[in-house]
Every structure is written in C-alpha cells, then in structure tokens.
Design a protein around this ligand. Structure first.
Ligand SMILES: *[C@@H]1O[C@H](CO)[C@@H](O)[C@H](O)[C@H]1NC(C)=O
Ligand SMILES: *[C@@H]1O[C@H](CO)[C@@H](O)[C@H](O)[C@H]1NC(C)=O
Ligand SMILES: *[C@@H]1O[C@H](CO)[C@@H](O)[C@H](O)[C@H]1NC(C)=O
Ligand SMILES: *[C@@H]1O[C@H](CO)[C@@H](O)[C@H](O)[C@H]1NC(C)=O
Ligand SMILES: *[C@@H]1O[C@H](CO)[C@@H](O)[C@H](O)[C@H]1NC(C)=O
Ligand SMILES: *[C@@H]1O[C@H](CO)[C@@H](O)[C@H](O)[C@H]1NC(C)=O
Ligand SMILES: *[C@@H]1O[C@H](CO)[C@@H](O)[C@H](O)[C@H]1NC(C)=O
Ligand SMILES: *[C@@H]1O[C@H](CO)[C@@H](O)[C@H](O)[C@H]1NC(C)=O
Ligand SMILES: *[C@@H]1O[C@H](CO)[C@@H](O)[C@H](O)[C@H]1NC(C)=O
Ligand SMILES: *[C@@H]1O[C@H](CO)[C@@H](O)[C@H](O)[C@H]1NC(C)=O
Ligand SMILES: *[C@@H]1O[C@H](CO)[C@@H](O)[C@H](O)[C@H]1NC(C)=O
Ligand SMILES: *[C@@H]1O[C@H](CO)[C@@H](O)[C@H](O)[C@H]1NC(C)=O
Length: 562
C-alpha cells in the first residue's frame, strides 16, 4: 500500500456535447434507480442523475422486456403540495438538463454526491460532490469525469439554469460517498469526509476499482457559495469515513447539531481496493456543535463522541452503510428521533437490510421499529408532510444494479414510481402521500424506550450511561457538574469492527502494482482515451465478483413486500 499522491490533478474543460441518441424515459421505463441525488425545495422533490436500470414495462417489479443499465440524465420533479398515491395518480416530470450559459458546460453526471436545498430566500438548489459511474459508458449522453475544480453547481428550477462554481481553492477534490447534512435555517451545507475514485475527476491517477478516503468536512455557505474545509482530526486522527450518513438536528444547543452515524472507515489518503471495510459500530455516535463554527477560537468546530445503547444496553443495529436518515422532533422537543432506514454491510455475502431503527436524543438510545423482507440501500429519504418519510429509489441487492436480480422478488423496484411512503408516527408503509397529515407524534415503540407520551414528555433526559462529556450535556441543557470540562481533542483510536470484505484477491503487492499502473496511466492520459481501462466497479457492487441470489418468501403483488 502506498500513499496516493496528488500529482495527478489536471485542470481542463469539458465542452457540452449534444445528446445524440434517443434516451430511455427515466419514468416510463423505470426499473430501478440508485446512488442518485435528491432534495426537497419549496414543496417539490427533485431527483438529479443517479444510476438507473430501464425496462420496456413492469408490473410491481416484474420486468417485461430486456433490462438496460444506464443513468437518469434528467431532473425529475414530484410536486408535494397535494396528496398523491403512487399506485394511481402521482405525477413525475422529467426535465432536460441545460449547459451553464457562461461556460457551455453541462452539469456533471454524478452518482453518490448530494443535493442541498439552499435557504428559503434562495431560488436555487445545489449539487456537490459525486463521481462518474463507468457501469455503462456507451449509454447515450454518458460523459467522462469533470475537473474537480467545479465540484459545486447551482440549479434554479424555475429558469432551469445550471451554474458551475469554482471551489478549487478551498476544497480541491470532488468527494463522493461522504456524509451530507444541511442547516437550511443558517444557510450552511456540510459534507463529511468521503472518497475519491477514478470517476471523481479526469486523470486523477486512481484506477477504476480502487479508492482513496479523504478527511475533512466541507462547509458551504449556500448564500454566497463560499467553501471551507474543516479538519476532522477530532473525529479520527488517521481514519476517514465513507458511506455513512449525517443528520442536522435543529433546536439542540445554540445552533443545532450534526449527528454522524455509521459508515466504512479506512486510513485517509491511502489507495485501497474496497470502500466497504471496517464498518463503524452503531453504538458510537459523533456529534458536531454547529454553534462552534461561528466561534473564531474553534476554527475546525467542536465534535463530541457519545455511546448509544438501547434502554437495556442490548439490541442495537448492526454496522451498516448506504442507509438513509430523517429526523422528527416531539411536539414539545423532549426527544429528537432520527430514523435510519435500510442499508447493507460488508459481510460475504452481504446483509441487505429492510429495517428501520430510531436513534432518540438526548437519550442516545436505539429502538427497532420495523423489520421486513424487502431490503433497500443506495436510496435517499426525506421528511415531508409533517410525519411522512418519503423514500426515493434504492436497490435490494448489488446484482440488481446490473439488472440481474432474481425473479422472486421481482427484478425491478416493486415501487414502480421509485418512491415509497412511511408514516413515522403510525409506523405503516403505504402508497398514499398525505400533504395534510397531522403533526408528528412519537410512536409507542419509541415511548417504550424513552418514556413520555405521543406528544412528548420523554422521561429519559440523558443517556443511561451519562453524557461522555459535559460540553455535550450542556448542548442538551444539562450541567453534569461544576467542573467545566473542555471538549477532549484526544484523537479517537481505531475501534472499528472489522466487518468488511476485501474484494477479490487484491493483496498488498497488487495494490502497489495498481498504484504504479495508475501513475503510468496518468502520464499517458488524454493521449489515447480509448486505451483507458474502465473496469466495472466490482468491489463496491458485487463482493468477490459473486452475483448473489437472495431468496425471500414468496408474496403476492397485491401485498406490499415491506
Ligand atoms: C409484455 O409486453 C408485451 C409487448 O409490449 C405485451 O404484448 C405483453 O402483454 C406484456 N406482458 C405482460 C405480462 O405485461
Ligand atoms: C449500455 O447502453 C447501451 C445503449 O443504451 C445498451 O445498448 C446496452 O445494452 C447497455 N448495457 C447494459 C449492460 O445494459
Ligand atoms: C405544485 O402544485 C401546486 C398545487 O397544485 C401548484 O400551485 C404549484 O404551482 C405546483 N408547483 C409546480 C412547480 O408545478
Ligand atoms: C390522488 O389520490 C389521493 C389519494 O387517493 C387523493 O387524496 C388526491 O386528491 C388525488 N390527487 C389528485 C391530483 O387526483
Ligand atoms: C430532451 O432533449 C432531447 C434532445 O434534445 C429531446 O429529444 C427530448 O424531447 C427532450 N426531452 C424533454 C423531456 O424535454
Ligand atoms: C479537505 O482537507 C483535507 C485535509 O485536511 C484533504 O485531505 C481533503 O482532500 C480536503 N477535501 C476536499 C474535498 O478537497
Ligand atoms: C454566508 O454568506 C452571506 C453573504 O456573504 C453572509 O451574509 C452570511 O453571514 C454567511 N453565512 C454564515 C452563516 O456565515
Ligand atoms: C468559543 O470557544 C472557546 C474555546 O472552546 C470557549 O471558551 C468559548 O466559550 C466559546 N465562545 C462561545 C461564545 O461559545
Ligand atoms: C403540521 O402540523 C401542524 C400542527 O403542528 C399544522 O399546523 C401544519 O399544518 C401541519 N403541516 C402540514 C404540511 O400538514
Ligand atoms: C390526510 O390526513 C388528514 C388528517 O388526518 C385526513 O383528514 C385526510 O383524510 C388524509 N388524507 C389522505 C389522502 O389520506
Ligand atoms: C428493558 O427491560 C425491561 C425489564 O426486563 C423490559 O420491561 C423492557 O421492555 C425492556 N426495554 C427494552 C426497550 O427492551
Ligand atoms: C463507550 O463505551 C465503551 C465500552 O463500554 C467505553 O470503553 C468507551 O469509553 C465509551 N466511550 C465514550 C465516548 O463514552
């Protein structure tokens, strides 16, 4: 193994290329969609890019016709002002992307990046990070990676104008698979760590199938699009993290907190052959105090580490990646409940989860609220209509990314419009989104962990084993003692559980060889693009190259397989 060098940064420019061939319709020919970016803005759900498999037609997941692996190259929007039923009357609109008028460049066709909504007064949404997928480079409209200088783009849905923003000075690389969160009320967007691969930017010297984890938390002021990159050494001195998730929780402390959960970890800046490795335990939660970035004496902000359990210190979720998070607070703010849905792990064969767990704050307790037989990962989710978790896309198994899933359950997404609806208070899945649903209530299963009632009054006001540091207790309005303990800057030791699989038989020697090859390839880059080797992303998609078959219980299509 060797340290990946930054020598390969190439500055270039990609001119917009006309889309020549007929594209498959991303909504009519929908089979499944994953690794996309989505956000809610002004009551509209926007989905940009993402990998997609297409089919002539399908019936609740049952494919009719051959499946094509490709991409959603449109901005798909779903209006959330009125109620809809995805089985009958949902309306999805696909809009063509347009080039930035001042540069002629099209927005990058990235996967595993993020969309931010920007402040209430701002018409635009923002695309940050991501990487180019090589799953099907002959799909019409496919574009090679962009220079990472422009890893931030804005999009105004009304004028349909895209604009590229140069953030190269402050955050020169375009990370993917980082943990994103947004404090919309403060105009701050966050991207924690992440990774670089061969799709992150042109000619960066990283061969397809390998990756480099990056440290740092990128903080974007969405109002003036200025960017900072804070050190994350407080979270981990040497490890960086990918495929975890982060949630902004307003109303805690002076300016809210960010709650960082799960993911994969590996030494920063080292070339590796897999990014689903050393999964972090769900008992270990990192908390960022947003107020600390306004404080000039803490330029990198302040992080805390807190153990999470359940009430009886048993039954916590197993480590996982590629899940999604949404938060809902009790009406009296006595609890903040972070819902964690889906995901997968690095076992061989992998476990794919159809589970919903809730991390309640300030008790830092996990409660299991749902378990089913229709797993999902590489999806996104959003809180809409007071108490609804709207899920977007996702796949049930890695093989489904290649259009190869077993017949039962069906090959395509059984949610034929690519969205799902979950009532976070009554804990039921359905197809109807209710735009006028009543206020959020704490579900009974969570009450059994944290006490109180459906409207609040949680009796657990601190973790069963206490807060790890007084600084964190103070954020939650408690003072543990009179000693005002300063936040610990002690770098966290590597406690990660080794749960990842090393893909194929890539050993130390071959990694060095790959690094050598990457450097060689970089020197030859741009001369003969047709010589470049694009391999399938075997490592992150299909472990050990084995296409697994998942046998689940038979179900009728009238029954929802949740
Ligand atoms: C599959 O598609 C073909 C051609 O469009 C159509 O004739 C056939 O009825 C479809 N089969 C099912 C089961 O939907
Ligand atoms: C890649 O895209 C091309 C063009 O749409 C299509 O013909 C081909 O089948 C796709 N490859 C896969 C593996 O689906
Ligand atoms: C969404 O639907 C509402 C209610 O029908 C309508 O007023 C609004 O214009 C729609 N928004 C968009 C962007 O189409
Ligand atoms: C769609 O169906 C839902 C649920 O049946 C209903 O409440 C809503 O009014 C319908 N919306 C439209 C636009 O027809
Ligand atoms: C998108 O652009 C293509 C090529 O210019 C055109 O054929 C297609 O109709 C457009 N689609 C939409 C939804 O506007
Ligand atoms: C942020 O800074 C770290 C060093 O602290 C660096 O390794 C990383 O590449 C930077 N992130 C981006 C997105 O450029
Ligand atoms: C973001 O930038 C705007 C415009 O420069 C500035 O007014 C605002 O204070 C900045 N936001 C924060 C939270 O620093
Ligand atoms: C800013 O940070 C310093 C160092 O941690 C701390 O002593 C001070 O109280 C903080 N200021 C505010 C306003 O929180
Ligand atoms: C959410 O609940 C509140 C009551 O707490 C209500 O006033 C509001 O209208 C609800 N929002 C929606 C979108 O139904
Ligand atoms: C939405 O929730 C409201 C309040 O509970 C209820 O009256 C209405 O019937 C629901 N609408 C739908 C479409 O389920
Ligand atoms: C914890 O243990 C008590 C006593 O055994 C039991 O009543 C309770 O249901 C348990 N709670 C959870 C959340 O498992
Ligand atoms: C979390 O729990 C473990 C095991 O009980 C303990 O060793 C560790 O110090 C705790 N960490 C924190 C931050 O409290």
């Amino acid at each position: 193994m060797r340290i990946w060098s930054f020598e390969a940064l190439v500055v270039g420019c990609i001119a917009a290329q006309g889309v020549t061939a007929q594209l498959l319709d991303p909504t009519k020919n929908y089979c499944c969609r994953f690794d996309h970016q989505s956000v809610i803005k002004n009551g509209i759900l926007y989905i940009y890019m993402g990998s997609e498999t297409f089919v002539d037609s399908q019936t609740y997941g049952l494919a009719n016709g051959t499946i094509t692996v490709g991409y959603n190259e449109y901005v798909i929007s779903v209006n959330l002002s009125n109620s809809w039923d995805w089985k009958t009357n949902i309306s999805e609109t696909a809009s063509n992307i347009t080039a930035d008028p001042s540069t002629g460049s099209l927005p990058p066709q990235v996967v595993r990046g993020t969309l931010y909504q920007g402040t209430q007064n701002d018409d635009s949404i923002y695309l940050y990070g991501g990487t180019t997928s090589y799953a099907n480079t002959s799909f019409p409209g496919w574009q090679p990676p962009y220079p990472s200088t422009y890893s931030l783009w804005s999009y105004d849905p009304e004028s349909t104008q895209w604009s590229q923003i140069d953030v190269g000075q402050s955050a020169p690389y375009r990370p993917s698979n980082g943990a994103a969160a947004e404090a919309v009320d403060q105009g701050f967007a966050f991207y924690f760590n992440g990774e670089l691969d061969s799709g992150s930017s042109q000619g960066n010297g990283i061969i397809t199938g390998t990756n480099v984890f990056v440290s740092g938390m990128v903080v974007i002021n969405t109002t003036d699009q200025t960017v900072r990159n804070l050190s994350t050494i407080q979270v981990s001195a040497d490890l960086a993290r990918a495929r975890g998730r982060m949630q902004y929780v307003p109303g805690v402390g002076q300016k809210g907190i960010l709650v960082l959960i799960g993911g994969s970890s590996f030494e920063a800046n080292l070339l590796d052959s897999t990014d689903i490795i050393n999964l972090l335990p769900m008992t270990e939660i990192d908390v960022f105090d947003v107020a600390s970035i306004y404080n000039t004496s803490t330029p990198d902000g302040v992080w805390y580490k807190q153990n999470a359990t359940n009430q009886n210190a048993t039954n916590v979720p197993s480590p996982r990646v590629d899940f999604c998070l949404v938060v809902a607070s009790a009406q009296d703010s006595s609890s903040h409940n972070i819902y964690m849905y889906g995901g997968r792990d690095g076992a061989n064969p992998p476990n794919y989860f159809d589970e919903i767990w809730v991390l309640s704050l300030p008790s830092f307790t996990w409660t299991s609220i749902y378990s089913g037989i229709s797993p999902r990962f590489a999806h996104t989710c959003h809180l809409v209509g007071n108490r609804t978790m709207l899920t977007v896309g996702g796949v049930a198994a890695a093989s489904q990314m290649q259009g190869l899933y077993s017949a039962d359950p069906p090959t395509c997404d059984w949610e034929v419009k690519g969205v799902g609806v979950y009532d976070m208070s009554d804990l039921v899945w359905g197809s109807v989104y209710n735009a006028t649903a009543p206020a959020y209530e704490v579900p009974d299963l969570i009450i059994s962990t944290i006490g109180g009632s459906r409207i609040g009054g949680a009796t657990m006001k601190m973790p069963p084993s206490n807060f790890s540091q007084n600084g964190l207790a103070l954020i939650f309005g408690l003072n543990l003692d009179d000693n005002t303990e300063a936040p610990s800057n002690t770098a966290h030791k590597k406690t990660a559980i080794i749960a990842g699989t090393v893909c194929g038989v890539v050993g130390l020697a071959s990694l060095v060889a790959l690094a050598g090859y990457a450097a060689w390839r970089w020197r030859k880059a741009h001369k003969h693009p047709e010589e470049q080797v694009y391999e399938k992303d075997v490592c992150s998609d299909v472990h050990g190259g084995v296409v697994e078959q998942v046998q689940l219980q038979p179900h009728s299509t009238s029954e929802q397989p949740r």
